[in-house]
Design a protein around this ligand. Structure first.
Ligand SMILES: Nc1ncnc2c1ncn2[C@@H]1O[C@H](COP(=O)(O)OP(=O)(O)OP(=O)(O)O)[C@@H](O)[C@H]1O
Length: 224
C-alpha cells in the first residue's frame, strides 16, 4: 500500500484551549479509516485540518505528495478543490440548483470542460441509484438521496481522498447502513480512500482502522 497522507505533530489551540496536542498519523491509499472520540475531543477540528479547510498552529501535512501548509491560501484552495472531497452531516447542497448542477459545481470550479463534467456527474448519480433524481432540487429528494448526491459531488473531481464528518448522523438506520455500504463499495471498486468522523458504532467497526482522539492525541489504533 502507498502512503497517501502523513500528518506530523499537528497542534491547534482555540484561545487557551489546546485541542490537538501533537497528532501524528498516516493514511494509506485505499483505506477506510474512522475517527472516533468523545464529544469535544477534536474530531472535526482534526478533519478540517487534514482536509486543509483549516490550518494548524504548527505541524506538517503531506497529502498526495504535497506539503499542504506550505502552499498559500490560493494554491491551497485549488489543491483542495482538485484533490480532496468532502461529505458533511448536513449535505450542504445548494437549494437553488438541481442534483446534477450541485454535483457539477466542483468540476466547474476546477475549470474542467463543461460537457465532460456534466457527463461524469450524470454517470456518478446514475451509479449511486439517482438516475431519476438528476433534475430534482434538494427539497424534492429524501435525506438519503440528498446525502448520496453529496457523495457524488465529493467524487466529481476524482479526489485522492474523501473526508466525511458524521455523514450518516442525520439519516435513519436503513439509509445510514446503505450509505456506509456505499463507502466500502467505492473503496472496493475504485480504491477510494475515506477518513470518516463518526459516532456510529457500526461504521467505526466496519472501518479498516479506527483512530481514537483522546486528550488531544491519537490513542488506540484498531487494525482489523
Ligand atoms: N472555532 C472555534 N473556536 C473556539 N473553540 C472551538 C472552535 N471549534 C471548536 N472549538 C472547541 O474545540 C473543541 C473540539 O471541537 P470539535 O468540534 O473538533 O470536537 P468534536 O470531537 O468534533 O466534537 P463532537 O463530537 O461534539 O462534534 C471543543 O471544545 C470546541 O468547543
Amino acid at each position: 500500500m502507498q502512503t497517501l497522507l502523513q500528518a506530523t505533530d499537528l497542534r491547534r489551540t482555540y484561545g487557551n484551549l489546546p485541542v490537538l496536542k501533537g497528532i501524528n498519523l498516516t493514511i494509506q491509499s485505499g483505506e477506510v479509516v474512522s475517527v472516533v472520540g468523545a464529544s469535544g475531543a477534536g474530531k472535526s477540528t482534526l478533519l478540517h485540518i487534514l482536509g486543509t479547510l483549516d490550518r494548524p498552529d504548527s505541524g506538517e501535512l503531506v497529502l498526495a505528495g504535497e506539503s499542504a501548509f506550505t502552499l498559500n491560501d490560493r494554491e491551497l484552495a485549488r489543491f483542495r478543490n482538485e484533490r480532496i472531497g468532502f461529505i458533511f452531516q448536513f449535505h450542504n447542497l445548494l437549494p437553488e440548483f438541481t442534483a446534477l448542477e450541485n454535483v457539477c459545481l466542483p468540476g466547474f470550479i476546477a475549470g474542467k470542460p463543461e460537457a465532460d463534467v456534466r457527463k461524469r456527474a450524470a454517470e456518478l448519480l446514475t451509479s449511486l441509484g439517482l438516475k431519476d433524481r438528476i433534475d430534482h432540487f434538494p427539497s424534492q429528494m429524501s435525506g438519503g438521496e440528498q446525502q448520496r448526491t453529496a457523495v457524488a459531488r465529493a467524487l466529481i473531481n476524482q479526489p485522492d481522498i474523501v473526508f466525511a464528518d458524521e455523514p450518516s448522523g442525520n439519516l435513519d438506520s436503513q439509509n445510514a447502513q446503505e450509505l456506509h455500504q456505499l463507502f466500502f463499495n467505492l473503496r472496493d471498486q475504485f480504491g477510494q480512500t475515506f477518513v470518516i468522523v463518526t459516532h456510529n458504532q457500526q461504521l467505526a467497526e466496519l472501518a479498516d482502522r479506527t483512530l481514537t482522539i483522546r486528550d488531544g492525541q491519537i490513542g488506540d489504533t484498531k487494525n482489523l
